[in-house]
Design a protein around this ligand. Structure first.
Ligand SMILES: [Zn+2]
Length: 387
């Protein structure tokens, strides 16, 4: 098979992936026999299910469009990736570490090097996520802890969302990373440490900031979004991990692993602006809320949402930037035949403020009162066109 990964490892990944579980996380499946399931085909439009999954053979087949195969084939077609990427993503999903010396094809060294570098990046991020969590817990008087108290975020919530704090020192992360055996290059590649261009000196990227762990769809930590607690932060209120082989922000949604289950159950997702709003929705019982990462909502993120739910509730700020964000999201979601509603928060507050002032009931009422996106557009016409 090749791709720098031995047959044994490929079979190990295959045997640990349950095809019903995997496909079931993309499309709702219903049992149709002892070991068979069916659902609406994710590869073609249909109203009656002709997509069959056979648990005993670990294969799927669609009688409508003819697509079929095993877990790898499914992942490749669904995610539009090659075999090697599908293999790595599924390995990460089921917790198989692709070993360094499993190559057997023409260019195994390169494949091994890439797989290993990616795995090391995951580990750096996980190690620092734990480090930041401990730093937060161990410093009850520090600005990050005080900020969480002020925002009313209790310890169990901080733990669930893996909120932490970076030490308020220029080289604490650098030294900690080196002590764990990571190289300077690996620490720079992960974005934990940055290099000053003029002097070449290394310094901690997130110094003194409150950190929010960003995970991929499988729940592995791939980076951080970090909030400054200074009045005039030199690098911006929020900074993110720079793009890396594991941190591609256009394809990441904050809290997605925590939100997937309810998204499927309720066929509903809430898209909001940032970490604190997402957390507020979860605390209010809407554990189907996610947020784009740093930049605006992307096509990749829209496709990810589509896999879990058909109804999207947008909870953006009421200001003009928020209105623009709504239109942009509609533009990306409509072609995917999504039902789109807009949550409007009374008094121009954000969801976090609404939760803190009104509790879960106020949030639930705002979700209940969500209006179709077209009404929002029509309502905004007079001011836009001076009627
Ligand atoms: Zn089909």
């Amino acid at each position: 098979m090749g791709f720098g990964v031995s047959k044994d490892v490929i079979e190990e990944i295959r045997s640990r992936c349950d095809i019903v579980d995997l496909i079931g996380s993309f499309v709702p499946l219903k049992r149709s026999g002892t070991n068979t399931y069916k659902g609406l085909c994710p590869f073609h439009q249909e109203k009656t299910p002709s997509f069959h999954v056979d648990a005993s053979r670990q294969m799927y087949h669609c009688f409508g469009c003819g697509k079929g195969g095993d877990v790898f084939r499914f992942y490749m077609d669904k995610e539009n990736v090659g075999f090697s990427d599908a293999l790595h993503m599924l390995a990460s999903r089921v917790g198989v570490v692709i070993p360094e010396n499993s190559g057997e094809n023409s260019d195994p060294a390169e494949g091994r090097r890439r797989a290993d570098a990616r795995e090391r990046l995951y580990r750096v991020n996980e190690d620092f996520c734990c480090f930041f969590e401990r730093t937060l817990l161990g410093n009850p008087d520090s600005p990050p802890t005080q900020y969480l108290i002020k925002r009313g975020i209790p310890r169990d919530v901080a733990e669930k969302f893996r909120i932490g704090a970076a030490p308020d020192a220029w080289t604490a992360c650098l030294e900690y990373g080196l002590s764990l055996g990571y190289t300077e290059e690996e620490l720079v590649a992960s974005g934990i440490v940055r290099r000053k261009e003029e002097t070449g000196r290394l310094f901690d990227h997130f110094k003194g900031r409150l950190t929010f762990a960003i995970t991929n769809e499988q729940g592995r930590v791939v980076g951080f979004s970090a909030r400054s607690l200074e009045a005039k932060p030199p690098a911006g209120k929020y900074i993110n991990t720079p793009e890396s082989p594991v941190f591609k922000k256009g394809n990441l949604l904050y809290a997605l692993p925590l939100a997937r289950k309810m998204m499927v159950e309720k066929n509903m997702a809430i898209l909001c602006e940032g970490q604190l709003d997402t957390i507020a929705f979860h605390r209010a019982g809407f554990e189907c809320a996610v947020a784009p990462q740093g930049t605006g909502f992307t096509e990749g993120q829209a496709r990810i949402l589509k896999r879990y739910a058909n109804r999207i509730f947008l909870a953006f700020d009421a200001d003009s930037a928020g209105q623009k964000a709504i239109l942009r999201a509609v533009e990306l979601l409509l072609p995917l035949s999504m039902e789109i509603k807009v949550i409007r928060i009374p008094g121009g507050k954000d969801p976090d403020e609404l939760f803190r002032n009104g509790g879960p009931d106020a949030v639930a009422a705002a979700v209940d009162d969500a209006i179709p996106w077209l009404d929002v557009l029509v309502a905004s016409l007079p001011e836009r066109y001076d009627m």
